[in-house]
Design a protein around this ligand. Structure first.
Ligand code: NAD
Length: 479
């Protein structure tokens, strides 16, 4: 198993010699001891990334770069079973999700960006005077990528594939809870032909390895997917070196069900919206907003389905809900359930660990609250677990106030058969993604990101290059 730092194409111990354990959340057993990167290791990785940028990678044709990126997608599919098993072991997500969603979608990102590498163009600008002006689209440079534990391979790949296509060299810092598939990604890059130093992977903790990357004066930019408070800390730490940043942060997304919706489909997807990946999803539909006139009947459908959805061993192909990622995350979910009850919300289902437990791990039942007030803690704060807050609304104005009434603006969904109403609302919602009669769709080509305190910048699609490239204006005197 890959357990070391990957720097300059070689597997290395940390300079400090330290390691940290990565744990299987279904069993609580240690899977492996991982080399713990620190300031010195980050510095070594940055230096090697700079050399690679000025050297073979910077000089390579875009078409050749594109072929290597494409090959990474192919290698990923060839090794799909192995990667999916490792992801499930490290994160606790079900093997069905790892193998049917995370791995194929991650591979697709390499196919999309492999093709995109040759499509990055500058412009000619009609300036005043006898001058010719054109722009060059250049890589940002040495870029630090910091990713969370909920979709370890997928969220790393969203950044890695786009950043490589733009010609950058990288230091990837995975979350300490889930370093394994990021290390495998380093191996896949090597197998596909990335020159040494182009993709360095340095596992470690946020406050040490992560902070060292953000503060490093020779890092040109940082792309983070993480919590909003982490994003705020990064902005403070990056200020001294005016670090360019792309921040994908938290969410508290409204999933809105109107009386005229296909209620069977809406009920099914309300569950998928909140319980997919155990609710550890930044776009989780964690606030279910239901029109008052259909409330009781609709909630019956939702609760019936939730009762049938019990946590199970995530390696079982029939499992629909695995354990939470860590003991800390389990404690966090328990804390919010207590707060919900204390603040007067009514527990409709769940609210505790399953009995009997499917294993020793961090399992928690799908949990649904109703009678939640719009300003209640569980309707405002991101829980990042299988806990749904249900609210009601009566008319359009009230709905919009509730739907837009948090500090977040990551995603939202609307269920209705009235197409005009759906498009009107899609425009009025303050969120980076709006789904109409569906939930949690993603595509390598779809720009994705947050409004408000859910962050700034977009990843996926061609919009990702706004962060991963910079443009240079060139003036030529023609007089
Ligand atoms: P986190 O913010 O604690 O950690 C994310 C990453 O940042 C980790 O690699 C961590 O080590 C690193 N980090 C933490 N502190 C740091 C610091 N001071 N300097 C540098 N790096 C630091 O988040 P998490 O608990 O791993 O993940 C959950 C959060 O991520 C949730 O808030 C969730 O909404 C968010 N998230 C957002 C998206 C999105 O696309 N918007 C996707 C998934 C998760």
């Amino acid at each position: 198993m890959l357990t070391k730092l990957f720097i300059n194409g070689k597997w290395e111990d940390a300079a400090s010699g330290k390691t940290f354990p990565t744990i299987n959340p279904a069993t609580t057993e240690v899977i492996a001891q991982i080399a713990e990167g620190g300031t010195e290791d980050i510095d070594r990785a940055v230096k090697t990334a700079r050399v690679a940028l000025d050297g073979p990678w910077g000089k390579m044709n875009a078409s050749e770069r594109g072929r290597i990126i494409w090959k990474m997608g192919e290698r990923m599919l060839e090794r799909a079973d192995e990667i999916a098993r490792l992801e499930t072991m490290d994160n606790g997500k079900t093997i069905t999700e790892s193998s049917k969603i995370d791995v194929p979608y991650a591979a697709d990102l390499y196919f999309y960006y492999g093709g995109a590498a040759t499509k990055l163009e500058g412009h000619t600008i009609p300036v005043n005077g006898p001058y010719f002006n054109y722009t060059l689209r250049e890589p940002l440079g040495v870029v630090g990528l910091i990713v969370p534990w909920n979709f370890p391979l997928l969220l790393a790949s969203r950044k890695v594939a786009a950043a490589l296509a733009a010609g950058n060299t990288l230091i990837l810092k995975p979350a300490a809870q889930t370093p394994l598939t990021a290390l495998m990604l380093a191996e896949i890059g090597m197998e596909a032909g990335l020159p040494p130093g182009v993709l360095n992977v340095v596992p470690g903790h946020g406050s040490t390895a992560g902070a060292a990357l953000v503060k490093h004066p020779d890092v040109d930019g940082i792309a983070l997917t993480g919590g909003t408070n982490t994003g705020q800390q990064l902005m403070r730490d990056g200020a001294a070196t005016v670090k360019k940043m792309h921040l994908e942060l938290g969410g508290k997304s409204p999933n809105i069900v109107f009386a005229d919706a296909d209620l069977e489909a809406a009920a099914k997807m309300a569950l998928m919206g909140i319980f997919y990946n155990k609710g550890e999803v930044c776009t989780a539909g964690s606030r279910l907003l239901v029109e008052k006139s259909i409330y009781d009947g609709f909630m019956e459908k939702v609760v019936d389905r939730a009762k049938k959805m019990q946590p199970a061993d995530p390696m079982d192909p029939k499992a629909r809900l695995g354990p939470l990622v860590s003991e800390t995350q389990l404690a966090n979910v328990k804390k919010y359930v207590e707060i919900g009850e204390k603040e007067g919300a009514r527990l409709l289902v769940g609210g505790r660990q399953p009995e009997p437990m499917p294993g020793k791990g961090y399992f928690y039942q799908p949990t649904i609250f109703d009678n939640v007030q719009p300003n209640a803690t569980i309707a405002q704060e991101e829980i990042f677990g299988p806990v749904l807050a249900t609210l009601t609304f009566q008319d359009g104005d009230e709905l919009l106030k509730i739907a837009n009434g948090t500090m977040y603006g990551l995603a939202s969904a609307i269920w209705t058969k009235d197409i005009k109403k759906a498009h009107r609302l899609a425009k009025a919602l303050k969120a980076g993604t709006v789904w109409i009669n569906t939930y949690n769709n993603y595509d390598a080509a779809m720009p994705y990101g947050g409004y408000k305190m859910s962050g700034f910048g977009r990843e996926s699609g061609m919009e990702a290059f706004e962060f991963y490239t910079q443009s240079k204006s060139v003036w030529v005197d023609l007089s």
